[in-house]
Design a protein around this ligand. Structure first.
Ligand code: SF4
Ligand code: SF4
Length: 326
């Protein structure tokens, strides 16, 4: 279907979903815009980019996975599904990368899988490119991604063109207003070959010597913020916590930018320097995931570029590597 909905119509649609699931969207406060579960009237319909991506509705920052009580393991219940409103193309394409990582290998992550299956995600086209964004360098059309249930595109004042992309999206709209949408699966987000990419045949040991990593990354503070706000970063650790009679195992986001991330029990740390850790971050996104899945694990959202307190710019680092022949 290609149809339009007004802003009020979208709020009414989201309110109808809120009866059976959490509904999250971009909420703007005095400082930042963030995806939060909130009444739909609170959602921003503006063209801004959120500080953090909506990835935590698929891969929460902290999540209980299992508890042990009286010698028995109690699996956690299935998470309550969420409808995520106004996810941008960079964040939708990041979920595509996460699907590869969590579901395409030998071991599948049932937590991520359940959310991908049950959540409803509504994409929102960007009208303009913001400072720091470079999704176009990765070949994406900032106005469209098919990795969602329906895509909205601003079409005049308070009016949005709706493109249906899944049966789940079609069923939700039908249930709300008996509006039937035919799914249009002819468009894709990736419209051209990424201009910003490394040759996946390049050997890691060559890349290590191609640029002066230490010099380029001398300002990095190792704060880890770039990993926490990145829509594709997916490293985690487990923590076991005593809770009365039970012990629970939590999965928590981790960051390759922290010195203890690779610290061995022997005391040896293969990535002791901050520059080595950032090198890992950049190569993981532009080389290792590419070698494993054929996808670049950076969608050019620009969040790490905009928010880094030291002005580190991943795009410039990849460009330097490309110039050096990687
Ligand atoms: S690159 Fe920037 S945001 Fe990332 S750890 Fe270093 S200082 Fe922090
Ligand atoms: S590496 Fe930076 S620009 Fe790329 S997806 Fe992550 S936060 Fe966005």
């Amino acid at each position: 279907m290609n149809d339009t909905l007004t802003k009020d119509g979208i709020i009414a649609f989201l309110s109808s979903l809120a009866v059976k699931m959490r509904v999250a969207g971009p909420v703007r406060d005095a400082k930042v815009t963030e995806y939060r579960a909130a009444p739909p009237e609170a959602f921003s319909f503006g063209d801004g980019v959120s500080y953090k991506s909506p990835k935590e509705f698929y891969f929460p920052q902290t999540e209980k996975m299992i508890s042990f009580r009286g010698g028995k393991a109690i699996a956690e219940e299935a998470p309550v599904p969420a409808a995520v409103f106004a996810a941008r193309v960079c964040d939708l394409e990041a979920l595509r990368v996460m699907r590869e990582v969590f579901l395409s290998g030998r071991y599948k992550d049932p937590f991520f899988e359940r959310r991908l299956e049950k959540n409803l995600i509504i994409g929102m086209a960007c009208v303009s490119k913001k400072p720091g964004c470079f999704c176009d360098d990765l070949g994406f059309d900032m106005k469209f991604s098919d990795f969602c249930d329906m895509m909205l595109e601003p079409a005049g004042e308070d009016s949005f063109k709706v493109t249906g992309l899944s049966e789940k999206g079609a069923a939700a709209l039908w249930e709300y207003a008996r509006v039937k949408i035919e799914c249009d699966n002819s468009r894709r987000a990736l419209t051209s070959k990424p201009a910003l990419r490394l040759n996946k045949q390049t050997r890691e040991t060559e890349i290590f010597g191609m640029i002066d990593w230490e010099d380029m990354l001398s300002a990095c503070q190792g704060c880890g913020m770039c990993t926490y706000i990145c829509p594709t970063c997916h490293c985690f650790e487990f923590k076991d916590v005593s809770e009365g009679e039970a012990t629970s195992r939590y999965r928590c986001w981790d960051s390759c930018m922290y010195p203890r991330f690779t610290l061995h029990a022997s005391g040896h740390n293969p990535r002791a320097a901050t520059s080595e850790r950032y090198r890992q971050r950049a190569l993981h996104k532009y080389l290792y995931v590419m070698q494993n899945t054929g996808m670049v694990a950076c969608t050019g959202c620009g969040r790490c570029v905009r928010s880094c307190p030291a002005g580190i710019n991943i795009k410039k680092i990849v460009e330097a590597l490309m110039e050096a022949g990687a």
